[in-house]
Design a protein around this ligand. Structure first.
Ligand code: EPU
Length: 338
């Protein structure tokens, strides 16, 4: 484990922003992490914990210690006739884990195929796609407390999962570093293909017998058809969260915008796709200098190369202002800005 100085973070964030970290270290074990946290030179420095850097926008250089979590490993820790519990290191690439569970014939993660990032970052914002969220299979995680170096365990309830939300985004923000996550997966999968596009994609490919691989392949095809590949064009997936509005406000907007989509939530509020609001505000496919709004999914902001983080942030501000102006709805970023 070596601490490097003045390290470019470009290859460590999917937006490919060339920010510089004054100090950078990659840790491969919990013990390495604990020793860094207890080191007199480093324990008072500002710290940034990095997984896959896929939900992050650097708007300036980072004067402090960036800790890249590279703790690997995955093992089945218990099983019964129906389930297997798999414990996975925080540094494992998310999609590689999904592929591994498919190989093992275990169901539960197939709808979450091809999501960029690492396993340790996944519970932070309860990643979700195509009708499934990580909380559906999550059992517990272990995390190191930054101030003490002690390992604590958080179960599903204590993570307080919500839409793109966990306790680590709020009350426990910047207090813990997730080091492993345990999932409960099914030996006889229950397929979740109700999310429209999956069923249509399976039909279009002529799939009659459902399998984990078939569902995963369909999800991969859908994602590839509208989300830009970060290896080719810098982006962090959805830049904003889908906002929720009170029913009367939604009904009022619907009078003016009859085609406005909305999904009723259990609490009576209505979730509106941010992509639709951004598209209707005229931003889809627009380019401003080095940055722009993806032409196939307006929720994704892209770096056409050489952008600095502030250009992306300025674009995000302009989009927020347009959507507020036209619909009176506030868009909140999903991406963490540093
Ligand atoms: N839409 C538009 N124009 C657009 C994009 C979307 O009108 O440019 C409207 C359409 O009505 C469409 C609806 O939005 O039917 C929903 O679009 P989509 O299915 O692409 O989903 P989303 O709500 O835009 C969310 C997640 C994605 C996830 C998909 C699929 C958020 C912030 N985003 O997007 O997550 O892959 O659902 O489940 O909740 C991510 O978090 O990085 C991400 C990609």
């Amino acid at each position: 484990m070596t601490i490097q100085k003045q390290v470019s973070l470009q290859k460590y964030n999917t937006f490919a922003i060339d920010a510089i970290a004054s100090h950078f270290v990659e840790v491969t074990t919990v013990e390495e992490l604990q020793s860094i946290l207890s080191d007199d030179t480093y324990n008072r420095m500002p710290k940034l914990i990095l997984g896959g850097g896929s939900n992050l926008l650097f708007t300036q250089n980072f004067d402090g210690l960036v800790i890249k979590i590279a703790i690997l490993g995955q093992e089945i820790i218990s099983e019964d006739a129906q389930h297997a519990l798999i414990k996975v290191g925080a540094g494992v690439n998310w999609h590689q884990l999904v592929l591994h569970t498919l190989d093992l014939g275990l169901g539960g993660l197939e709808n979450l195929s091809l999501i960029p990032g690492t396993v340790g970052a996944a519970p932070m914002q309860n990643i979700g796609a195509y009708g499934v969220e990580i909380k559906d299979t999550f059992v517990e995680l272990q995390a190191v407390e930054i101030s003490t170096g002690k390992v604590a365990t958080f179960d599903n309830t204590s993570c307080e999962f919500g839409y793109r939300y966990s306790v680590f985004k709020d009350a426990l923000k910047d207090r813990y570093i997730i080091v492993n996550v345990t999932f409960k997966l099914l030996k006889s999968p229950v397929f979740n293909i109700t999310y429209g596009a999956i069923e249509d994609t399976l039909k279009a490919s002529g799939i009659r017998d459902l399998s984990l691989k078939a569902v995963s392949d369909a999800v991969i095809r859908i994602r590839q058809s509208k989300l830009p590949d970060p290896a080719k064009i810098g982006n962090a997936g959805s830049f904003f969260k889908n906002p929720t509005v009170d029913r009367p406000i939604f009904d009022g907007l619907k009078v003016r915008y009859a085609d406005m989509p909305g999904y009723e939530l259990p609490d009576g509020q209505v979730k509106v796709p941010a992509g639709w609001l951004i598209e209707k505000s005229g931003w889809k496919g627009k380019r401003v200098g080095n940055v722009g709004v993806h032409e196939l999914q307006a929720l994704v902001l892209v770096n056409y190369g050489h952008a600095v983080g502030n250009e992306v942030r300025e674009l995000a501000f302009a989009i927020q202002a347009s959507v507020m102006d036209k619909f009176g709805i506030a868009l909140m970023p999903e991406v963490n800005m540093v």
